[in-house]
Design a protein around this ligand. Structure first.
Ligand SMILES: Cc1cc2nc3c(=O)[nH]c(=O)nc-3n(C[C@H](O)[C@H](O)[C@H](O)COP(=O)(O)OP(=O)(O)OC[C@H]3O[C@@H](n4cnc5c(N)ncnc54)[C@H](O)[C@@H]3O)c2cc1C
Ligand SMILES: NC(=O)c1ccc[n+]([C@@H]2O[C@H](COP(=O)([O-])OP(=O)(O)OC[C@H]3O[C@@H](n4cnc5c(N)ncnc54)[C@H](O)[C@@H]3O)[C@@H](O)[C@H]2O)c1
Length: 472
């Protein structure tokens, strides 16, 4: 390997945006180099979305097995073999890595394994994994650095060597009592499978509710289901101190509404937000400005403050979803090839893969009120969607916000089975500019979850009905 090499396109980080840019540009004939320190393909296939959904599904199967008698089968085995659960996940991850390797080979993009550090705006020194260093320079440089789990400044927390999602997804044992710090996406998605594998689980959340970015009825529906499974939720508590070591014994001291409280567990998982991987790698020295939270400062075309340098995905402060990181790639690619795309106004749906799932697109009530947008609400319980009766999964609700002075769809929230798939249906209608009545009046297949949208939108109050409207 040469001690230095130059190329047309130099990508630091092989995450979702970086790898697609690399493969696409290499296929168009450009010389492309990608520098990656550890995760071929980035977080999503290795340590985040896909392995977590794999483990979550094992938890789902365990929960169903325990409900076997309800479905006319003898009770399933109570014991879960965590080694086998982990093995299924590892096989999937390994297969995905192979798919990535093949994509690199087929595209012609070079993958250099090592830790990169900017030594000039468009030059990166790589501490190679195999030993030694190499300097790579690019005509254009693309940062796709991602984030890692933040460790809040709670006394004793770092010393307790808590698990993050990375280590939790590699657990080969069922913790006796898992304490989860943070009741957001990662905390909630990770709390439930371990409960289903047999752990006692306690979630500690400093905000007044779990799923803090959602309407209170969403948080309430998820809390009810979690508590029904025996997950203990402590919301609105202030973490004060941690004693002990995760994997052995941990004493978590919090200040709650009823006074001080100690939660003792065997393992501690931190799921309290993310920190960008931008520090200590020469970005600011190379003229690439960071914002106050350490994310790379970019404009709506994802250009950084240094000429010829772009940032994409989580590290650029984009909404932290793989589908957004992918769209960041599309925006940059479009602009490099004569198009004019920006991050402005894009519709970003998401799904939290708890059971019940939470799917959302557009505004919820809290956001609409805050933005001063007048709306009417259609809301039905999931039990009104007949498909949920066939599945014995009647929990949750569907809720849509529709404009007061038109039939425009403003937003949609689904809590329940299949929520993530339902969101795509409403999102498509929103992107097409369809009125809500188009979904209400469609002939949708019976009995599907999507059919529930006809029931939901039939429940939308028709203006003018003064007392069924809500105004900001
Ligand atoms: C547990 C968990 C579950 C999630 N589930 C979902 C989900 O279901 N759906 C969803 O849409 N989103 C999910 N997310 C969010 C999603 O994983 C991220 O938004 C997405 O992976 C970000 O992609 P990215 O390309 O920005 O960064 P990443 O995929 O993190 O890629 C950055 C890459 O840069 C490399 N790197 C960093 N610094 C250097 C350096 N100095 N030198 C060399 N290489 C470097 C890293 O090793 C990494 O491979 C989840 C996140 C977590 C933590
Ligand atoms: N299904 C998905 O799409 C999915 C899944 C996982 C993660 N993600 C992405 O990853 C991002 C990060 O997820 P996350 O769960 O780490 O962050 P988050 O922001 O979603 O949740 C963190 C939670 O921890 C709480 N918290 C922070 N500090 C605390 C403290 N000291 N004590 C108690 N509680 C504290 C916050 O109030 C918040 O509720 C998400 O915002 C999301 O974009 C997406």
């Amino acid at each position: 390997m040469p001690a230095s090499q130059s190329c047309d396109i130099l990508v630091l980080g092989s995450g979702e945006s970086g790898k697609y840019l690399a493969w696409t540009m290499a296929k168009s004939g450009l010389r492309v180099v990608v520098i990656e320190r550890a995760l071929i393909g980035g977080s999503c296939p290795n340590v985040a979305c896909l392995p977590s959904k794999n483990i979550i599904y094992s938890g789902h199967v365990a929960a169903l097995a325990r409900r076997g008698a309800e479905f006319g089968l003898p009770d399933g085995p109570a014991r879960v073999d965590m080694g086998a659960v982990r093995e299924r996940k590892r096989r999937m991850v390994q297969d995905l890595i192979e798919v990535h390797r093949r994509n690199y080979a087929a595209s012609g993009a070079a993958l250099v394994m090592g830790e990169g550090r900017l030594v000039a705006p468009r030059s990166i020194e790589v501490a190679l994994r195999e030993g030694g260093t190499q300097v790579c320079s690019g005509e254009r440089v693309f940062l796709n650095l991602g984030t890692h789990a933040a460790i809040p400044a709670v006394p004793g927390l770092a010393e307790s060597q808590p698990l993050t999602h990375v280590e939790a997804l590699e657990l080969g044992v069922v913790p006796e009592h898992l304490i989860v710090l943070g009741g957001g996406y990662v905390g909630l998605e990770m709390a439930q499978p371990w409960r289903r594998f047999g752990s006692r689980v306690t979630v500690i959340e400093q905000g007044p509710q779990i799923a803090g970015h959602e309407d209170p009825d969403v948080a309430q529906a998820i809390t009810e289901r979690f508590e029904a499974e025996g997950i203990e939720i402590l919301a609105g508590v202030k973490p004060e101190r941690v004693d002990g070591r995760s994997g052995d014994r941990v004493d978590f001291h919090v200040q709650g509404p009823a006074g001080p409280q100690r939660i003792s567990g065997s393992h501690l998982l931190v799921a309290a937000g993310r920190t960008p991987n931008t520090r200590g790698i020469g970005l600011e020295e190379a003229g690439i400005a960071l914002d106050a939270r350490g994310y790379v400062r970019v404009n709506e075309r994802l250009e950084t403050t240094a000429r010829g340098v772009w940032a994409m995905g989580d590290c650029a402060g984009s909404p932290q979803f793989t589908h957004v990181a992918f769209d960041d790639f599309r925006i940059v690619h479009a602009n490099l090839t004569g198009g004019k795309r920006t991050t402005q106004g894009r519709v970003v749906p998401y799904c939290m893969f708890t059971d019940p799932e939470l799917g959302r697109v557009g505004l919820d009530e809290t956001q609409a009120r805050k933005a001063g947008v007048a709306y009417r609400v259609a809301k039905i319980p999931m039990a009104a969607v007949l498909r949920t009766r066939t599945l014995s999964e009647p929990h949750g609700f569907l809720k849509a916000l529709v404009a007061v002075d038109s039939d425009q769809l403003l937003g949609f929230t689904a809590v329940g089975v299949g929520a993530g798939e339902l969101v795509a249906v409403v999102q498509t209608a929103m992107l097409a500019g369809l009125p809500y009545t188009a979904l209400r009046d469609s002939v949708l297949t019976h009995p599907t979850m999507a059919e529930g949208l006809t029931v939901l939108f039939a429940a939308a109050p028709t203006p003018p009905v003064a007392d069924s409207r809500k105004r900001a």
